[in-house]
Design a protein around this ligand. Structure first.
Ligand SMILES: Nc1ncnc2c1ncn2[C@@H]1O[C@H](COP(=O)(O)OP(=O)(O)OP(=O)(O)O)[C@@H](O)[C@H]1O
Ligand SMILES: [Mg+2]
Length: 140
């Protein structure tokens, strides 16, 4: 919920006030690296994310929005720039991966793709949990 809610929240913020605004969320089971993953895709047709910003949007506190406009991020917390850090934290905790296509061309906004291991949480060591890529290739 943290993951989907925050991504959709951001997508709606991004298209707000634009004509022909569209937000899409998709869910699917996909095969990657011999495993089944639950795939979450959220895309919008807003302005996309500038290259410079794309490196920072997952940082705690990075926001281009008005801090006085407090919106819930599904956590009861207030403030700005906490949505995506929470998303990333949740994805990593579940042993998943998070991919951003920043978009930016007309009609193509940001697209976030999350892959979560499908068959329950992976059995991982703490070290593996800190390096989620291991989930891709970590099968013996
Ligand atoms: N779909 C998107 N399109 C364009 N920019 C985005 C999109 N999603 C996130 N961003 C950018 O990333 C920044 C950080 O997002 P994040 O969700 O972490 O914080 P926030 O939405 O500003 O505040 P909140 O803490 O209320 O979620 C946003 O301020 C915005 O600039
Ligand atoms: Mg947000």
């Amino acid at each position: 919920m943290t993951i989907v809610g925050n991504l959709i929240d951001n997508a709606f913020d991004a298209v707000q006030g634009r004509s022909g605004a569209a937000v899409e969320a998709g869910f699917a089971l996909v095969e990657r690296g011999g495993r089944t993953w639950f795939e979450i895709v959220v895309r919008d047709n807003g302005p996309g994310i500038a290259e410079l910003d794309a490196e920072r949007i997952f940082d705690q506190g990075f926001s281009t929005k008005d801090p006085k406009v407090l919106l819930p991020s599904g956590t009861g917390a207030t403030g700005r720039g906490i949505g995506l850090p929470l998303v990333r934290q949740a994805v990593l905790r579940l042993g998943g991966t998070l991919h951003l296509d920043p978009g930016g061309q007309p009609g193509r906004g940001a697209c976030f793709t999350v892959l979560l291991p499908h068959a329950g949480p992976l059995r991982q060591t703490d070290a593996a949990a800190r390096t989620p890529r291991a989930a891709w290739t970590g099968q013996p």
